[in-house]
Design a protein around this ligand. Sequence first.
Ligand SMILES: NC(=O)c1ccc[n+]([C@@H]2O[C@H](COP(=O)([O-])OP(=O)(O)OC[C@H]3O[C@@H](n4cnc5c(N)ncnc54)[C@H](OP(=O)(O)O)[C@@H]3O)[C@@H](O)[C@H]2O)c1
Length: 344
Amino acid sequence: MKAAVIHEFGDVDVLKYEDVPTPEPQAGEVLIKILATGLNRLEDYIREGSIVPELEWPHILGADAAGEVAAVGEGVTGFTVGERVIPQPGFPTDPADYETRPGAATASFNLPGLHRSGTYAQYISVPARFVAKDTTGLSPEEAATLPMPLATAVRALKGIGEVKAGDKVLVHSGASGSGSMQIQVAKALGAEVATTVRSAEKAEFAKGIGADLVINTREEDFVAKVQEWSGGSGADVVIDNLGGDVLPKSIEAVKPLGVVVVFGFTAGPETTFDVRSLFFAQKQLRGAMASDIEDLEWGLEQVKAGKIKPLLDTALPLSQAGAAHKRLAEGLVKGNLVLLPWAA
Ligand SMILES: NC(=O)c1ccc[n+]([C@@H]2O[C@H](COP(=O)([O-])OP(=O)(O)OC[C@H]3O[C@@H](n4cnc5c(N)ncnc54)[C@H](OP(=O)(O)O)[C@@H]3O)[C@@H](O)[C@H]2O)c1
């Protein structure tokens, strides 16, 4: 099969389009013909070598895919060849851990594209237990934008942030892959949402997907704006996908007893804050990492009900994976990029 592989860490040109062996479905697995692959910033970090110090070469990146069942391994029931499916982006691989939640806290947790071969390829084989049926009616390109951004947003907002109807929630980078899904999940939960962006174009985009308040942080201070919006107290929940020098301000922007969910580090992996800003008002800092198949399935139900929409920026052939990574690194993407493994 064709795949975009890396043989070393480095710049976008380490991504090579090559022939690799097609996986065989093992007992209990579903072999998925990948019709479209979704891109995430994580792959940019893995490719440049800032997540793990070594990998087995050649390595196939990618956690997200939409496809159809190509074959099933021994003992698999309930799937038919040709049926549209979406593999769960990350799952425990030891059957003893299959039911443990969160799966990401188990020793056997594997993320495709990091701990095992990923989705920048024409096929992937996945334990049937972690394959969701895709009944959304979306095109493969649209469906491939969903898995990680959607399922991790469900985990961060519904699970870790415990967002409920009527809450005021701040989501950073509202036009980003994660932020745009986080806004939609918050709205699906009945919350009011404020979001941050750094350009007028991205502000328009964030308004278009339902943000109630959009703050351009190049022009306005988001802490002051959120305090004003919430009547002076602060947001009930902040989803911080930026880290770095933004996280201390997210702590300021949350109300006393409120929750800041630490989700990402686009603005930097290290931060410094005055601990008094956290504990004096008994604010809570919680981490959210990865997702379970129940998060993905809940999110897909919201998509099917029309409450959450896929946000496809551009679809490129898999052979142009390097160009897609460059576009992502330049911060020009609104929503999600997709790669097409069968396009010329
Ligand atoms: N915890 C999890 O399970 C999980 C899952 C998925 C992703 N993540 C993490 O979440 C983060 C975002 O991922 P993503 O896929 O949404 O990324 P993305 O689509 O590439 O978006 C990142 C956005 O961040 C904004 N940005 C970049 N540098 C910034 C800075 N210095 N200060 C403020 N804003 C900045 C930009 O938006 P503007 O131009 O509008 O500012 C950019 O579009 C990453 O760190 C990723 O690893 C975590």
